[in-house]
Design a protein around this ligand. Sequence first.
Ligand code: FES
Length: 568
Amino acid sequence: MTDGKNNHGFRRGLTNYGDRDFSIYLRRSFASSMGYSREMLDKPIVGICHSASGFNNCHRHFPEMIDAVKRGVLAAGALPVEFPTISLGEVFLNPTSLKFRNLMSMDVEEMIRAQPMDSVVLLGGCDKTVPAQLMGAASADLPAVQLVAGPMSTGRHKGERLGACTDCRRFWARYRAGGVDREEIDVIEQRLASTAGTCAVMGTASTMASLAEALGMMPANSAAIPAVDADRLRIAEETGRLAVSLIGKDHLRPSMIMTAKAFENALRVLLALGGSTNAIIHLTAVAGRLGIPVDLHRLNELSDTTPVLVDLKPTGTGYMEDFHAAGGIPAVLRELQHLLHLDCVTVTGETLGDRIAQTADWVDRSIIKAFNEPVRENGGLVALFGNVAPRGAILKRSAADPALFEKQGRAVVFESLEDLAARIDDPALDVEPGDIMVLKNAGPNSPAAMPEAGYLPIPAKLAKAGVKDMVRISDARMSGTAYGTIVLHITPDAASGGPLSVVRNGDVLRISVKKREIELLVSAEELSRRLSQQGVVTPTPEARGYAKLYQQEILQADEGCDFGFLRG
Ligand code: FES
């Protein structure tokens, strides 16, 4: 096409100088300085929005993946233009990556809106990056397709397979209990994460990749391809082609794909995977951008009728590379199809039903079970409600000990993360295996910004005595790679004055998974007396910048920990 004949590519969203033709002339002139021919400058543009960073080990192969996406875009006749956004490398951020997810989502949204592109490939992977990209893309609502890093391959230690980061925790627990010495833990440290890609188990990154596929935002069977496999590059190339085919297709915008029915499908898949608790927060946040509520009572209804089908760590035995070889998400969708909304449209234009009909029917039953012979008869996650969590809390029952599902115990309370760190291994700590450990002030409104600290360590003296699990409750989150009888996301959180804030050492708590309850066993009068006596909690105001915005705008877990002004 020639000057003045199109409104795509570099002609979109012009910089405003008060003279449209001058804006086009100037932009083309500057774009030409990057060596583009006239022919290229006239093509539609596919943006490649990625989160490569020296502070993100999971994304270290992105340069190769971006090349493959570009190949696909060029072959399909458009111009690929990559652009970085901030990255969220899970273990490199203080206080926790969740604090910056909304910042990244704003970066993604605004750069998609502000820069000239006709469709966009979202390339992410590490835990918070895919949610941030889906949130941003939902808000920008330009045709978009998700591509992920793919999982790491496993390592080996003394004949055992190792995968970040369930095995990180397993060996660290052994080290704390005295079963592994310092020399060996140093060797293991080098072997836990040895390739590019996201954590090797069904943690948050793998769960979110799987849910992006279940939502219809990715090509079929692309969530679990290992990061180092040639198929990962082939799917990147295909994603580039797909992004070109999306140009001008308003009926395939994110808001048309990520519908209320699609989110219900994603919740079913989450439950069947025994996936990460974090995914509830992220799905709620993405859905919230489109004005779609995710109700924890509905989660419980779905959980009652959706079995766990996948035998992967942290709840089972396999790794993501096994899951891909076993049939991946298409095999899970096939088992669940009678429960899914098959008319949901996906980014390829097919319906979910079309996709399922086209998938091969081979499956490795050691990893992906048949619907009527599941790993567990009901879903991996369950929401609990009660006087200590009026707006809900989450338990990953597939990673918990069923012997602790109906449990009453004495509260051993830690007022904050600092208090926990200071006392958990104190030999004088008054704690018994039957107690319920409580962590406060680790929720979204706390200065800690809801870190993955809900996996409270078993106190050293009990760990050394062989105690492997205890009921632990908090307003924090937990890594998707962790396990244990751990109640998370208590809402409202303690820092916002929720009832958790008035639980005292020595109180009695009761959880009942059967009844979906979590209760502090004090009278309603006593609870309201305590709440009225604690007064208004006023955290020290943040002085400036993003921390100030976060403090002013952060919502609770049942609203996805998004910012109020970003929701649809
Ligand atoms: Fe990136 Fe686990 S650290 S996915």
